[in-house]
Design a protein around this ligand. Structure first.
Ligand SMILES: O=C(O)CCC(=O)C(=O)O
Length: 237
């Protein structure tokens, strides 16, 4: 596939840093529409505000953005071929929600090769350190996979328990840590082996709605997972 100049720069940045922020990738309307859909779900109605795991399986409206050609173009260029959807996750992240511990997505997914598994994290609201933005260690995707320990947290507030509890063991001083503060519609593309985490939502009154979409290159082998039950799916229709 031939890439335009700015696309080549994006790919180069992603390859070197292990992540890339693309400003205003989706419109405010597209983001608002996902937030509206999320309000039809139990987590919202019952006010647990727990993240929705793979909401596309019961509500295909969550597939709308995964089917956008502009997203395919970027991801295809990063993985070097056609893609398949793998997982989705909707985060309500109400005030008080615990952040994710440091982790590398591919520790769990075990995609082979690692650069054929990629995530796209979409800010549906303004995200800052205060309301729980992501933080990333650039270039850490070049360090291989780190072991993981289980932290003694029983019931993380409003969060996927594994996300808050399972933590990569590495020396954070060896890396730069960048908070990824974003506006509505900004998209972060995340390499499967880059170390990342999120801040707690320490704000009093700001939610941090976000939508995570993960993809594999067609033909990639990965771990389905006993609880995650990963199943790749077509995004081209
Ligand atoms: O949105 C978050 O708080 C973290 C999500 C994340 O890092 C992940 O699902 O891999």
């Amino acid at each position: 596939m031939r890439l335009g100049l700015s696309e080549e720069t994006q790919l180069d940045d992603f390859t070197k840093q292990g992540f890339l922020v693309i400003k205003s990738f989706f419109s405010r309307e597209e983001c608002e529409s996902l937030r509206e859909i999320s309000r039809d779900h139990e987590s919202y109605k019952l006010k647990t505000f727990l993240p929705l795991m793979n909401p596309h399986k019961e509500d295909p409206r969550f597939l709308t953005l995964l089917r956008k050609e502009k997203l395919h173009k970027v991801l295809e260029s990063f993985v070097g071929g056609k893609i398949r959807g793998l997982q989705t996750q909707f985060f309500y992240c109400h005030p008080g929600t615990s952040g994710f511990a440091w982790h590398q997505d591919n520790f769990y997914v075990q995609a082979e090769p690692a650069n054929c598994f990629i995530s796209a994290w979409l800010a549906l609201e303004k995200v800052t350190k205060e309301n729980g933005c992501l933080k990333i260690c650039p270039k850490s995707h070049l360090s291989g996979l780190f072991p993981v320990i289980e932290k003694a947290i029983n019931f993380p507030e409003g969060q996927d328990p594994n996300g808050a509890r399972l933590e990569s063991v590495f020396n954070v001083e060896d890396y730069e840590v960048i908070p990824i503060e974003l506006e509505v519609g900004d998209l972060v593309i995340i390499h499967s082996q880059v170390l990342h985490a999120s801040f707690d939502n320490a704000s009093k009154d700001k939610t941090r709605n976000a939508f995570l979409m993960t993809f594999v290159k067609e033909g990639t082998l990965y771990r389905q997972g006993f609880t995650a039950k990963r199943e790749d799916f077509n995004v081209y229709q």
